[in-house]
Every structure is written in C-alpha cells, then in structure tokens.
Design a binder for this molecule. Structure first.
Ligand code: URA
Length: 236
C-alpha cells in the first residue's frame, strides 16, 4: 500500500516546482486526486491518484535509466567539473529530489553504458564490492601489449599505484593487436586506463558496451531508455 503524502512535497520531490511555489502551481494547473480538484497544497494524497492537467504524475515511484554516455561529459553534479551527463535529461528530472545519479562513473573521455537512477539503495547495491557485476570495456591501445598480459590480469595480483588491494581477476581478450576487450567486476578510479598504463600501454579510446546482461543495442550516444525499477530485483 502506498503512503499518503502532502501534495506540495510530492510536487517538489518530482521536480514540478519548489514547495514554496506549490500554491502558485496549483493556481496555474488543474491538479486532481481521484478526479477531485485540489486547491490546498497541504492536502495529503496518494501519488498514484494525482493528475496534473489530465496527466498522471511523472514517474512517481522512481526512475532507472540506461544511458549511452557520449564522450566529453563528466559524471558529476558539480558545475565546476564542466559539462555533465545530467544536462542530457529533461529539466523536471534534473530538479527531482532524491536526485538522479549515476551508478558508478565513466570518465569524460569514455563512452558507453551507464545506469542512472534516483534509487539510492540500488546505487549502493550495484556499486558494492560484493555485488560483482561484470563490466565489459573495449579499449584501443597505442601499442601491442606485452606477452602474458591476459594471465597477469586474470591472476588478481596486479596492485595499481596508490592502491592497497590488488585488482580483482579480470578477463582480457585481444580482438586485434591493439583492440582489447577487458571484463572487470569492480570499478576503481580510471581502472582500465591504469591497468594498461601499469604495463606500458596507453588507452587511446575507451568504450563500455555492456554491464551485466545489459547492452546498448542501437541506442545512440546521448540517448537513454527506461528500465523497469525491478530490473535487478532478482540479483542479490
Ligand atoms: N576505467 C577507466 O579508465 N575509465 C572509465 O571510465 C571506466 C573504467
């Protein structure tokens, strides 16, 4: 059963207006609950029954998005970090509280599959070290990697500079002499670039086409598709 909540709080949480603006919002829009007009912003309602100008509320239960992150955008909410992925989303979604945030990050010069959600438990669960979601990366290297690199990455013994724990075992396949496919089950800072750099290779281009069972398919850079909120319900 859903909980009844104050309408001004619901409107503010879903990014329609601030709580302070709720009265003016109700004057400017036809807001109903179970088809009865509401003029008092303090009225307690079930979000499932609310309509604004004849439309149901925008994702009242939360959002889970699969984004094709384009190159050149950062995964940060801080303006000072430069243009960010959140600028791709509709304004109302950007005003939501809890905020929509990425599940882990891809760096500015990496493209690919990124999950975005306002479900903080999901972010914690999917980024926790015990939830080993395989993340597939395609890396273009500046040179052919040294012999035995796949065995080294698979061994789980490589400790990157500044880290205490070695990298978890990772699966490396070379698609051609400089095109690598690397599957990680963790997400240390700039991990792919640092793993190759530790062995004398620079990553010239990096893309993540897959996360767990999820793939980008035909999704263009900068576009997203919605996923059901229970997409990861079965995984522990
Ligand atoms: N590893 C990196 O170096 N960058 C990313 O964005 C993701 C993994």
């Amino acid at each position: 059963m859903r909980t009844m909540r104050r309408l001004d709080q619901i409107l503010a949480n879903l990014g329609y207006c601030s709580r302070r603006e709720a009265r003016a919002f109700l004057k400017a829009h036809a807001v109903t609950a179970q088809d009865k007009p509401i003029s008092n912003a303090a009225t307690k309602v079930d979000p499932a029954n609310v309509q604004i100008d004849g439309q149901p509320l925008d994702h009242p239960d939360g959002l889970l998005l699969l984004l094709h992150k384009p190159l050149g955008l950062v995964c940060s909410h801080e303006e000072r970090d430069g243009p960010n992925i959140y600028s791709l989303l509709p304004e109302r979604w950007r005003a939501r509280n809890p905020v929509i945030t990425s599940v882990g990050r891809l760096d500015k010069d990496t493209s690919g599959l990124l999950l975005l959600t306002d479900q903080s438990q999901l972010v914690h669960r999917l980024t926790s070290p015990k939830h080993k979601v395989p993340k597939t990366y395609h890396a273009t290297l500046d040179r052919e990697p040294p012999a035995g690199l796949a065995e080294l990455f698979a061994a789980g013994t490589l400790t990157l500079e500044g880290e205490k724990q070695p990298c978890a075992p990772a699966t490396l396949t070379m698609n051609s002499s400089r095109e690598a496919k690397l599957i990680l089950t963790e997400g240390k800072y700039h991990q792919v670039r640092r793993m190759f750099a530790s062995q004398g290779c620079e990553v010239l281009a990096l893309h993540r086409p897959q996360l767990g069972e999820l793939t980008l398919d035909e999704l263009a850079p900068g576009k997203w598709r919605e996923l059901p909120l229970d997409t990861f319900a079965a995984s522990s």
